[in-house]
Design a protein around this ligand. Structure first.
Ligand SMILES: Nc1nc2c(ncn2[C@@H]2O[C@H](COP(=O)(O)OP(=O)(O)OP(=O)(O)O)[C@@H](O)[C@H]2O)c(=O)[nH]1
Ligand SMILES: [Mg+2]
Length: 459
């Protein structure tokens, strides 16, 4: 139970039709009542809304508003909460906060309402972080992942992993306790099977971060190819806007240009890059280095070629796999540009199945819809079946899962190679700890402060 009462504007800063001021804590209701003209809020039922007015200290009307009352423990934070919907004037918002703080409320810190919800056991840490993700989501796909996580989908998956780990621990302990009596309670093979299954799932969750982060932040799409192929023209055609400079001079684009656009359920981050060629120009060389970095970070690469010129598939393959460390499975789309020109090739070049090929003209717009559809298809593959496959979108969770992947791998190895049971048990406990960090079963004040300080004020 928290003993101070906090307040903040929960709607976006600025002017709006309505602004919501949220007050939470043991004195929330009585504090509002002190300024409230209308039905006394301390006598109303929980989850009811009331029309009233609030007067300033000089007796003048400040605003007419609706107060919604939620009584502990049935509120977002678990404490008494009043949400005041006022007219969205900056002055009304500011003055109301002043009145509340003068009456003993404290201005809430970023994320403090959600932090209280976590502390009062309303949600675990992963669910609380998902609240921030829902707020930040700017595409249907990102929203779907965040909502699933907020409803506890990810937490349930972690809980079932935890159960499996505990089962494994107890089987192992039985084996330890009776090791001298030559009784076999569970076959080693059974232990190994359970450990492998956990390892598979933890690894899958860890690896899903690449796709999860891409969907949350916008799927990075690098537009690359030789100079003058029409990369900048293609960016402009996709955006429907004259964003990048286009010219028939080779090496027009020097620095990378980034633009975000929503297609289908996804947000994409397009990165137009400097054309790839050998050059002695120092600045262009730096630009080309950046092109290669953009490829390394991309989930999708659109390789643009001038379809009136010969195509070197080996070069395309080499370029799109350049700088690879972990991202080898990115999608590659070969855009055969300038299809409007009479000598453009119409047949697809003989290339591997990993490529998607699209004939298009950045100039006339022909084929751009097909390219959009292809991009959405690639994104669908990234997202997997979002309802069943949980995608990890949070770097902190990914890090914990990475640690858990390593410790569960040691468990499997230890069981396979016949390592003493107490050493294996140690790695099992570590795995449990790493998974516990995600849901907040294991957390410190410092970790909580870091997490919630990234929230907005009023949430
Ligand atoms: N006919 C025709 N011309 C095109 C098409 N797309 C681009 N061009 C022309 O090709 C030239 C190069 O286009 P850009 O978009 O600047 O090419 P880029 O790949 O960005 O070139 P760099 O920035 O130099 O690497 C320009 O003159 C464009 O007008 C197309 O689909 N058809
Ligand atoms: Mg360009």
């Amino acid at each position: 139970m928290t003993n101070d009462t906090i307040c903040a504007v929960s709607t976006a800063p600025g002017i709006g039709g309505i602004a919501v001021i949220r007050v939470s804590g043991p004195r929330a209701i009585e504090t509002i009542d002190r300024h409230w003209n209308g039905r006394q809020l301390s006598s109303v039922q929980s989850h009811t809304a009331h029309l009233g007015t609030i007067n300033d200290t000089d007796g003048q009307l400040l605003d007419q508003c609706i107060a919604t009352v939620f009584r502990a423990p049935h509120s977002f934070t678990g404490d008494d909460v009043v949400e005041l919907s006022v007219h969205g004037s900056r002055w009304v918002q500011r003055r109301l906060l002043e009145l509340l703080t003068e009456s003993g409320c404290r201005l809430a810190e970023p994320g403090e309402f959600t932090r209280r919800a976590f502390i009062s056991g309303k949600m675990d840490l992963a669910e609380a972080e998902a609240v921030a993700d829902v707020i930040a989501s700017n595409s249907r796909a990102a929203h779907r992942i965040a909502v699933n996580q907020m409803r506890g989908g990810f937490s349930r998956r972690l809980a079932s992993l935890r159960e499996q780990l505990l089962e494994l621990t107890s089987l192992l302990e039985l084996e330890l306790d009776f090791s001298e009596e030559d009784v076999e309670f569970a076959s080693r093979q059974r232990l190994i099977d359970i450990a492998r299954e956990i390892q598979r799932e933890v690894t899958r969750l860890h690896q899903s971060f690449t796709a999860g982060a891409a969907i949350k932040d916008g799927i990075p799409v690098a537009i690359v190819g030789a100079t003058n192929a029409g990369k900048s023209s293609l960016l402009n055609a996709i955006l429907g806007d004259d964003r990048a400079i286009v010219s028939n001079i080779h090496g027009t684009t020097r620095d990378t240009i980034e633009e975000t656009i929503e297609l289908g359920d996804y947000q994409f981050r397009f990165i137009d890059t400097a054309g790839l060629r050998d050059t002695s120009d120092e600045i262009e060389r730096i630009g080309i280095q950046r092109s290669r970095q953009a490829i390394a970070r991309a989930r999708i690469v659109i390789f643009v070629t001038d379809s009136t010129l010969p195509i070197d598939i080996d070069e395309i393959s080499e370029t799109t796999h350049a700088n690879d460390d972990c991202n080898d499975n990115r999608h590659i789309i070969l855009a055969l540009n300038k299809s409007d020109l009479p000598d453009s090739r119409t047949e697809a070049p003989p290339i591997g199945l990993e490529f998607n090929t699209v004939h298009l003209s950045a100039k006339t717009g022909a084929g751009i819809d097909t390219l959009r559809d292809t991009l959405i298809r690639c994104a669908d593959t990234e997202a997997g079946n979002a309802d069943e496959d949980i995608l990890v979108t949070n770097a902190r969770h990914a890090q914990a899962l990475g640690n858990a992947t390593r410790s569960i791998a040691r468990v499997t190895d230890g069981l396979t190679t016949g390592l003493p049971g107490d050493l294996v048990a140690q790695d099992l406990r570590e795995t449990l700890t790493h998974l516990g960090e995600i849901t907040g079963d294991i957390s410190t004040t410092d970790i909580l402060t870091t997490i919630f300080s990234r929230f907005c004020v009023g949430k």
